[in-house]
Write a protein that binds this ligand. Structure first.
Ligand code: ATP
Ligand code: MG
Length: 206
């Protein structure tokens, strides 16, 4: 079972390709997308409500029978730490082998994640390439040496230079996000008026 954690603000095709490629390479039965919880401050910036990010993730993954979305992080009161995500999924799926999927950028900071030693006991890790980031494990080598060889696998995937940050910026400037995110997500962003400056928000809150 793959686990694709993320803020998904919004979910885009880079996330979906990463999940699909890892699922195919490792013959996974399912990939569970796990949007981070609320309240959540990312680099000092507020992100969209968890419910909007959860729904966009559902919309984006609905057509793939092997993709599902978990609310474990959305429903947890405290901030999201991957170790909690994996503990929860582990207890929900005690017999599954978990593969945590992470982009090259997130992999760089893995040693700063909470309880990272335990992370490697809860799941195998797959680091995927991402344009603009080096896909390397030199910084982890010392720690990985004592762990089984399949603890962390690196994988090249088709390069999609897409980020949620760029999608938010585009939406905020009335530039297109078509083809960067699934069609249903483009429509959801517009319907909920996400990523627009405060003044541009609809008064009825819809
Ligand atoms: P933001 O710009 O807000 O940080 P993001 O595009 O990085 O958004 P996240 O939700 O932060 O998206 O990322 C979730 C996971 O998906 C991370 O492991 C990240 O490295 C990975 N990821 C995101 N975009 C890509 C991409 N284009 N290619 C490969 N992996 C990606
Ligand atoms: Mg990111």
């Amino acid at each position: 079972m793959g686990v694709m954690g993320g803020t998904f603000d919004p979910i885009h095709h880079g996330h979906l390709v990463a999940a699909s490629e890892v699922a195919n390479e490792f013959g996974l039965d399912e990939v569970i997308f796990v949007p981070t919880g609320n309240p959540w401050q990312k680099e000092g910036k507020t992100v969209s409500p968890a419910e909007d990010r959860y729904l966009m993730t559902v919309i984006a993954t609905a057509s793939n029978p092997r993709f599902s979305v978990s609310r474990v992080d959305v429903d947890r009161e405290k901030s999201t730490y991957t170790v909690d995500t994996l503990r929860d999924l582990r207890s929900q799926h005690p017999n599954a082998e978990l593969y945590f999927i992470t982009g090259a950028d997130a992999l760089e900071s893995i040693l700063t994640w909470q309880n990272w030693e335990e992370l490697f006991e809860l799941a195998k890790f797959v680091g995927v390439s991402r344009p603009g980031f080096e896909l390397g494990v030199e910084h982890l080598a010392k720690h990985l040496r004592s762990l089984p060889a399949d603890t962390l696998t690196l994988m090249e995937i088709p390069a999609l230079a897409i980020s949620s940050t760029d999608c938010r910026r585009r939406a905020g400037e009335n530039r297109p996000v078509w083809y960067l995110v699934p069609d249903g997500v483009v429509q959801y962003i517009s319907k909920r008026n996400l990523y627009r400056p405060r003044g541009a928000q609809r008064l009825d809150g819809s």
